[in-house]
Design a protein around this ligand. Sequence first.
Ligand code: PLP
Ligand code: MN
Length: 381
Amino acid sequence: TFASQDPQFALPAPAQPGQALSQVDTPSLLLDLAAFERNLDRMQGRADAAGVKLRPHAKAHKTPDIALAQVARGAVGVCCQKVSEALPFVRAGIADIHISNEIATPAKAALLAALARRASMSVCVDDARQVAMLEDACRAADARLTVFVEIDVGQGRCGVKNAESALRLAEAIAGSSHLRFGGLQAYHGGAQHRRTREERRVAAARAAESAAQTVVRLDAAGIACATVTGGGTGSVEFDLASGVYTEIQPGSYVFMDGDYGRNEWDAASRFEHSLFIASTVMSVASGTRAVLDAGLKSMAVDSGLPTIWQPSPQALRYVAANDEHGIVEATDGTALPGLGAQVLLVPGHCDPTLNLYDEIVGFRDGRVECLWPVAARGLSR
Ligand code: PLP
Ligand code: MN
């Protein structure tokens, strides 16, 4: 038979439900299900208590099983960052998806219009040409789309610069027969990872203030902002209390990556690390270092190298990432993990790390419980 038809040539799954965690093939992406469920419950509980809708960002996990777990707890839907990223979620039955981003080509507008015939879809604009393009695509597809005006609340990325520009765009949307004006997106990405609560409080307060002023300006012109959406894991505490945001869109709280772990938090906002990379010591020949099988191709390092979770998080340090090697050194004379030992890492940045794996291996009490396809992996178009 051809190799492609021979089961001997198929790559086995990294794990089987019921297996001990130590049996998982590496590098693999592990999810501590108990911590993950507590994170989901905690964020939903906080949003509910504040009377604010939760629309978690699915770019963090790219995994329909996780989106379904969020919606089951009360999330109104999810955010995606890209149109193609939304496809697996629509397919899995997520009925309401916000593209928290702009698009600028007819092909993307056409795909979004096609999705809008299957689910409630919304998208952001910060330019009148985007409005015209979306209207054309929706007319051609006979689709209806909700459109948000994104305002720049301090990040200097996307979004219009002032309330007058927001008003002009809102009027253009309201005047388009296939588009509905949804409200404002006011997201400040630059504020999320500022280390102290005070720095984040100040940035979040400015963002909320500028969103509030825009709402007032549109109101005065007779255009209501039904929804003001924004906020991430780092600013949730302030966004929920702002009285301005009607919806928050945090993503990373599900996993808490290493970088978020280094922020200062109030007790209620410190979510738990639930995401780990399982790696294996594949060489100890150097005598002074242990070499792991997880390097740059197994984790994003833009927010720093991973930290070691097990064994001995204090005494072992991951000091260098090569393509497929991770170098571990011991501080204070602690023994290095031996050949074949499993080492669990906390990745520095969860979103781009998820994008490197085909499945999440969920575990509980030291045993594999489930394998969840990262179905939106690689969908960056
Ligand atoms: N909303 C938007 C528009 C984003 O770009 C992001 C992340 O960068 C988020 C929400 C979620 O942020 P976080 O994963 O930090 O909670
Ligand atoms: Mn991120």
